[in-house]
Ligand binder design. Structure first.
Ligand code: PLP
Length: 437
């Protein structure tokens, strides 16, 4: 993606129209496309709002991570929560990805998509005993344990099941990542992980427990981080923990898991330099026989997805121009929840009006319902199609039925061929499961 669309450092943002050359959704003959397929054609077939994923781009990103870290023994455990659609899981699983999961439901999806459980790691501060039992039955690679009490529970569940649970402790490295407060997880006051000292104590308990075995060490410091520095600082902390565990309990951990959070270019700023990160990681792992696990979510699927929405009305009031679209926070909550800034443009060049700062808002009855604020856009006419980029991660998966709005369809375009990955919900779906007498 060209940096031309990034007005870094300006409070009011928005690309100069036509500058954005996103490889996943290029503009050709005046119309945005997903690869070769016109977004207009997809909307005619499947309606709006619509999520579109570029499968070729997802694989390109997977291979970019694999190649950057190539000399290392690497497992790419795709972070399922970024986009759990079965079509996406099958695509990545087929390319050799494992999975980073945070719930029993995600494990169910991953197994359904045929991903090898031996490449599945399970994170999260609140795993239930039922989820632990299910994951033990499935034979996952490791539990990423986040507290002493969770470790006790896992030991009991494993003993009752007559199996040994593979464990890595999630360390809180007390690294502050330069990202939104809600997507920052690696500082000491976050709910995630345990301190390095407590981690060493937990490894001692693991080694002494007959139904637990210490297999690795894990860290995950946050999301949409655009610089290598905090990752490398976190890696230094966990490698030190691994060394202390070896000295303290004579256990040689097999892997280090650096988590995910690799930043992508969006409407606000540029991407993490994955090669620079890989170089720093390789230098630190030199001479150690550790497998590296990475848990990218957004980096693999974020800019491979777009949300297409139709303009319903234009409204000028209070000195502002509102573009009211048929998608809002129910379809894409990132702008209102995290301050996420998506690059937004018109699908058709011919819809170009004069460029203004506009608020792009949805139909949901909340003042916090918006897709963008003060975004530079050629003022569109009602009926125009709008493309919201970088919507492949934390998009549909965070969609809700609030205001009783059926959730949109999802389409995967792979090798020039669109397939419906999830049908649009109907009104009947809204009341399914409710008592109705
Ligand atoms: C969410 C999450 C990830 C993925 O984060 P991205 O920003 O999507 O790469 C990886 N690991 C864990 C433990 C997570 O919770």
């Amino acid at each position: 993606m060209g940096t031309g669309l990034l007005n870094i450092g300006q409070r009011r943002r928005g690309p100069a129209e036509g500058v954005s050359a996103d490889s996943a959704f290029p503009r050709r003959d005046g119309v945005l496309r997903c690869g070769e397929v016109s977004l207009e054609a997809l909307v005619q077939e499947y309606g709006t709002p619509l999520y579109v994923y570029n499968g070729d781009r997802i694989l390109e990103r997977f291979h970019a991570v694999r190649d950057a870290f190539a000399p290392l023994d690497l497992v790419i455990a795709y972070s399922v929560k970024a986009n759990p659609n079965l079509a996406v899981l099958r695509l990545l699983g087929g390319a050799g990805a494992g999975a980073d999961i945070v719930s029993g439901g995600e494990l169910y999806r991953v197994r359904h998509a045929g991903i090898d459980p031996e490449r599945v790691v399970f994170a999260g501060v609140g795993k239930t005993r039922d989820e632990m039992r299910y994951a033990l039955e499935q034979g996952i690679m490791a539990f990423h344990v986040e507290s002493a009490q969770e470790l006790v529970a896992l030991g009991e569940v494993a003993r009752d099941a007559g199996v040994t649970a593979p464990v890595a402790v999630r360390v809180n490295p007390d690294v502050r990542s330069p990202t939104h407060e809600f997507t920052r997880t690696g500082h000491a006051s976050a709910k995630f992980g345990v301190s390095p000292d407590e981690a060493v104590d937990l490894y001692r308990a693991i080694v002494e427990h007959t139904a637990l075995s210490a297999v690795g060490v894990n860290v995950h410091i946050g999301s949409q981080i655009r610089e290598p520095r905090p990752f490398l600082a976190a890696l230094d902390v966990v490698l030190e923990v691994a060394d202390r565990v070896l000295r303290d309990s004579g256990t040689d951990l097999r892997y280090v898991d650096l988590g995910g959070g690799f930043g992508i270019a969006d409407g606000e700023a540029g991407a993490l330099d994955i090669r620079a990160l890989a170089a720093g990681v390789a230098a630190r792992l030199e001479g150690r026989s550790l497998t590296l696990i990475l848990e990218p979510g957004r980096f693999l699927v974020g800019d491979a997805g777009a949300l297409l929405t139709r303009v319903l009305y234009l409204k000028r009031s209070g000195g502002k121009t509102f573009v009211i679209t048929d998608a809002g926070m129910t379809e894409l909550i990132r702008p209102s929840h995290y301050g996420g800034v998506h690059a937004i443009s018109l699908v058709h060049d011919s819809d170009k009006g004069s460029v203004e700062r506009v608020d792009i808002v949805g139909p949901v009855c909340e003042q916090g319902d918006f897709l963008a604020r003060d975004w530079r856009l050629p003022v569109p006419s009602p009926g125009a199609l709008i493309c919201v980029r970088q919507a492949g991660a934390y998009g549909f998966t965070m969609a809700s039925n609030y205001n009783s709005r059926p959730r949109p369809a999802e389409v995967l375009v792979h090798g020039g061929r669109p397939t419906l990955a999830r049908r649009r919900e109907e009104y009947g779906d809204l009341i399914r499961g409710e008592r109705d007498d």
